[in-house]
Design a protein around this ligand. Structure first.
Ligand SMILES: *Cc1c(COP(=O)(O)O)cnc(C)c1O
Length: 412
């Protein structure tokens, strides 16, 4: 496309933009279980309106926009309050989980340097199930990633002893996930903490998907093990607001146990032609709307709202677990939150995926082991029965036929 010589009326452009979405996943009806966290129309409206209020403002300028600086501070405070942040803990908002992870790794690296650890051969030790954002960050910083196989007991948890063996004097960070994305399993963070403390290594907990879920699940009685700053060796955490925080996209938190650790994150430079500028994270300009929308959603939902929504998600997961077990599927490990993966002994997960996709469900898959993957939202309470019925039909189609129609599995 070339830029049009003359602009058109907004009404016309708007209409075209809306119709362009016609071919997208129709997530508002609940038949999408990846990419979007659907807490219903009211929450979406708060996201939109709260975003618009500060859409033009810039989080880069805390003196110009003390409103945003204060909202960010309070969002971080709310996060730390939920995640057992001790006195003096602090953090910053970023644009997303990848951003939070990148900043945490950069901070851990600079901290390791300050501790006199070797600059050669720097590495990060994590489980095979940890998010690929760590690899991306490590690639940017020329840090080696050491992926360690999971426990072999069927729990799909990180293996703290094996991870300890992968640590050397140049390890800048160990990582645990709460939960991991592929299986929705919470790693044994307390045991990882013991290993990290013994080895003198920074422990990061990636709670991108669980940070604003697990605390409420625990309030609802789910036996969530210690996974946050409650574990003394945890130095930093990533927790996404734009996932189970139900905030507008472009919002995550990176949190540190102390100001001393946090201070290795900001970038501060006076030696150029422009005015001196200190930025806490990778971004220069920071969208005010992402900050105000997060503040707005957190304050309209409150603890009660999140408890209700996360309770709905857990109940839906339990219902789907029961349903898929009845159909002969095996659940991968013991998921406790909103993510789950499951496979069938008699039919390949990716073939079933193709069938259920054809029936109008935009879900996902996990590769190790080959399984179907669901990331559940509150909205899915309304469609769990319909999903299970279509899953049963999909399974029957796949079982019926090596010579049935070949479906091309298109997975996210
Ligand atoms: C989503 C996710 C990330 C990455 O977050 P983005 O916001 O997509 O950049 C990292 N870790 C886990 C466990 C995640 O679920």
């Amino acid at each position: 496309m070339q830029m049009p010589e003359k602009g058109r009326d907004w009404a016309d452009v708007r209409q075209e933009m809306i119709s362009r979405g016609g071919g997208d996943a129709q997530w508002r009806d609940g038949r999408t279980a990846v990419y979007v966290f659907n807490a219903g129309h009211e929450v979406e409206q708060v996201q939109q309106e709260a975003y618009q209020l500060y859409m033009a403002e810039n989080g880069l300028g805390p003196l110009a926009f003390p409103s945003l600086a204060q909202m960010e501070k309070e969002v971080i405070g709310m996060g730390l309050g939920l995640l057992h942040g001790p006195e003096g803990a602090t953090g910053a908002m970023t644009s997303g989980g990848t951003d939070s992870i990148t900043m945490a790794m950069k901070t851990a690296r600079d901290y390791a340097r300050a501790q006199g650890k070797p600059r050669e051969g720097q590495n990060v030790v994590l489980a095979q199930s940890a998010h690929l954002a760590f690899d991306k960050a490590a690639h940017l910083m020329d840090i080696e990633i050491r992926r360690v196989p999971l426990k072999t007991d069927g729990s799909y948890e990180a293996d703290p002893a094996a991870m300890g063996e992968a640590v050397n004097e140049a390890t800048v960070m160990m990582v645990g996930s709460a939960p991991n994305f592929p299986h929705g399993i919470i790693d044994p963070i307390a045991e990882l903490g013991e290993v990290a403390a013994r080895k003198g290594v920074w422990l990061h907990v990636d709670a991108c998907v669980g940070g604003y879920f697990a605390p409420f699940a625990r309030m609802n009685g789910v036996p969530v093990p210690a996974f946050d700053f409650e574990v003394p060796a945890v130095h930093s955490m990533s927790a996404d607001l734009h996932k189970y925080g139900y905030c507008a996209k472009g919002a995550s938190t990176v949190l540190f146990r102390s100001e001393e650790l946090y201070n290795y994150m900001p970038f501060d430079l006076a030696g150029w032609s422009g005015a001196p500028m200190k930025t806490p994270t990778l971004a220069g300009t920071r969208p005010g709307g992402a900050i105000s929308a997060a503040w707005g959603v957190m304050n309209t939902l409150g603890v009660e709202g999140y408890k209700r929504l996360q309770g709905q998600v857990c109940a839906t997961r339990e219902k789907i677990e029961e349903g898929v077990k009845r159909l002969g599927f095996d659940i991968v490990g013991n998921p406790m939150l909103g993510l789950m993966a499951f496979s069938h002994p008699d039919a390949h997960a990716f073939a079933i995926y193709g069938e259920i996709f054809r029936r109008g469900w935009f879900t996902s898959v996990t590769k190790e082991p080959p399984s179907l993957h669901l990331m559940l939202s509150p909205k899915h309470a309304d469609v769990a029965d319909a999903y299970l019925a279509d899953l049963e039909a999909s399974l029957a189609t796949v079982k019926a036929g090596a010579d049935g129609p070949k479906v091309e599995a298109r997975y996210s």
